[in-house]
Write a protein that binds this ligand. Structure first.
Ligand SMILES: Nc1ncnc2c1ncn2[C@@H]1O[C@H](COP(=O)(O)OP(=O)(O)OP(=O)(O)O)[C@@H](O)[C@H]1O
Length: 340
């Protein structure tokens, strides 16, 4: 709903079931008795000095309230995405792509293909909400519609979150301070609880623990990525999450994906990792810069996931073994890296 229209309605509509707005009112000592008035009526009274003695700072209230309501409702009106489509454009050789891509919430899709084939380009097209204005000439539709300027103005920057291998924090803040700032900017009620949940989840994802007072610039690559994923899942409102190659980032990948799916995100992930590919619901194969085919993960592949996980575990154990300064001796077999 348009915020200007909303502000003409009785305040009880704004107050209704919204603890954040109620808190805001009480912080200015404005009791709920005025709720039959509209915001505009309230402003008139405030500027007439009618409420002068009942509020701590009426001018500040007037100037902050509209911004505040705009923030809260922009958050509540975060676009509900039922589908995201990428309509075919052209590959690097200007040949028409042979398929479109259809994505929906709670579904993980992998983007696979050789190095340089155009996986990141596909993610970039989605991030840009391409409208035949990128090198591929693809078109991105949200809920079946091309994003017009109104949609972009209203939801720009809130639709899509992106996490890549190379992202790092550059802020001079600790983890808790950074998350609080993010939660407050999103007008989240119970910000402290959410921040604690994000720190616990990030620790669970990364394995190497860190605390609320760790400066964000001190986090390792894996810890940073884990924090970004937990933050995107619990504080960020973006319904679409694009992930570019997090396979070597030291994050528990399965848990990270389960978390994002549980929050009904649309997850699109460029990867070379067979474990991630089999965890996904489907994959789009990129060839020469074009979408070449879509493969749904079949039951047989899902069953083979466990076997592949065992091999991955063996390789991980071998890496740790050599990393810790150990060596093999005559008679040792590689099976020593298998599960006991
Ligand atoms: N359809 C296309 N038309 C024109 N240029 C394209 C197209 N697809 C990809 N490219 C360009 O090809 C180059 C390589 O693509 P990209 O970086 O997306 O590959 P990648 O598969 O992500 O590679 P890597 O696995 O190494 O990360 C980029 O410069 C990209 O802009």
């Amino acid at each position: 709903m348009d915020v200007d229209v909303l502000l003409k309605k009785p305040l009880k509509i704004l107050l209704c079931d919204n603890p954040v707005i109620e808190d805001f009112f009480s912080s200015f000592q404005i009791e709920a008795g005025r709720e039959e008035k509209s915001f505009e009526g309230l402003v008139r009274e405030l500027t007439d000095g009618f409420w002068e003695e009942n509020t701590t700072n009426p001018r500040e209230f007037v100037s902050m309230f509209k911004d505040f309501v705009t923030g809260v409702y922009a958050l509540e009106n975060t676009l509900k995405i039922e589908s995201l489509d990428v309509l075919s454009g052209y590959d690097k050789y200007k040949k028409q792509e042979v398929c479109n891509l259809h994505l929906k919430p709670g579904e993980i899709t992998c983007v696979v293909g050789p190095t340089g084939s155009g996986k990141s380009r596909l993610l970039e097209d989605i991030e840009w909400l391409a409208n035949e204005d990128t090198p591929t000439k693809r078109k991105v539709l949200i809920n079946g519609q091309q994003c017009d300027n109104n949609m972009l103005a209203q939801y720009g920057g809130k639709l899509i979150a992106q996490i890549t291998q190379n992202m790092n924090f550059v802020l001079d803040m600790d983890v808790e301070g950074f998350l609080m700032l993010h939660a407050q900017s999103r007008f989240l009620p119970n910000a402290e609880l959410v921040v604690k949940e994000v720190i616990d989840l990030a620790n669970d994802l990364s394995g190497e623990s860190f605390t609320a007072d760790t400066p964000v610039t001190f986090l390792s690559g894996g810890q940073s990525r884990a924090l970004m994923i937990a933050d995107v899942a619990c504080i960020g409102q973006a319904p679409v999450v694009l992930i570019d190659e997090i396979e070597n980032a030291g994050v528990n990948k399965k848990k990270a994906l389960d978390l994002l799916v549980s929050k009904e995100k649309i997850v699109l992930m460029a990867t070379h990792d067979p474990l991630l590919i089999l965890l996904a619901h489907k994959r789009v194969v990129i060839k020469n810069g074009g979408m070449h085919k879509i493969i749904n993960t079949n039951e047989h592949e899902q069953k083979l996931y466990c076997e592949l996980e065992r091999l991955d575990h063996m390789l991980q154990t071998a890496k740790d073994f050599f990393r810790n300064g150990n060596g093999l001796k005559a008679g040792d077999s590689l099976l020593k890296f298998n599960y006991d």
